[in-house]
Ligand binder design. Sequence first.
Ligand SMILES: [Zn+2]
Ligand SMILES: [Zn+2]
Length: 360
Amino acid sequence: MNSPMQAFVTQAGARIYRIPLELFPQLEGFAHVVVTEHLIALVDVGSGFGDSNEQLEAGLASLRSQYGEAIDWSNLTHILITHAHIDHFGGLPYVRERTAAPIGIHELDRRVLTGYEERLATVAGRLTRFLAEAGLEPEEQTDLMDLYHLGKQLFASMPVEFTFEAAGMDLGPLEFVHVPGHSPGQVLILLDELMFSGDHILGQISPHVAPERLSLNTGLGHYLDSLKRTRPLADRTRLVLGGHNPPFTDLAGRVDEIWELYRGRLARVLEITGSARSVAEIAHELFGQTGGYHRLLALEEAGAYVEYLHQRGYLAIPDFERLEREQTGTVRYQRVEGEAYRMPGPASTAAEIGERHLRI
Ligand SMILES: [Zn+2]
Ligand SMILES: [Zn+2]
């Protein structure tokens, strides 16, 4: 924690300020201010939790005092949200009270902001079913659902003014690239040789992926497709500024690292499922003993791997007849013998590599 504020200038002269925020206890992240001759945009707004709003305010104040920028709430031109996770948009009510700048987000994440209560309620239903099938004790299911419902108090629905696809996926010198997976409407924002990556790709941690059954356009399949489409952008990207972790330069290398991490984890799941296993058992094998919110994240992550492999025919449900009769209870997955596991590389075919060079 306690990263310093950082400033960057692109070759074309855009100025970027990276404001550190304590989003939740033990979770540091960043809001960015982008200044070009066309616009002054705030990219993500923090969680609104704890001191996050005050830290955002202090960051803007230091743009004036340390960097001599004539920037305050009144001359911001846009508020851009990289994806609808609470640690990136929870500060919006605070921001809305201070600036009339239009708020923009991708279409597929809009209703998290505009129909927050509906969204929590519908996902809660699916999460309840997922946890029941995962093989948890009823008491533990209740504890995890209570934890999930805590999110209700953190935000109330509010309107947004524009969406990225409707805007043509660009805004002055900013280009948006839709990379669903970590969230349905996750975008990369490209500016000259810089990339704002939200949580799609981070320097040190692998982004959390949940099963798509909880929310369409998430899941490991979508995430890996997006990761694959991210790799060719390395040709034009010199620096990646993520929503967490320090900035990094080697985008292609980082794509490959994350790819290998998932390849390894999927192989491990297939190893574990020589005999039928529940998602809770697989999560325990992969991540060990976890508690609280980390427990929920570990179950979702394991659930995403199981979903990916099951959907592709590498895992099967041996006692599906019991499930059909009872319509409830723990679901156990077992490796399908004789199905050689193949996962393509992130830049796997000559055609794709050729395409990548054509686009330069
Ligand atoms: Zn996120
Ligand atoms: Zn985040």
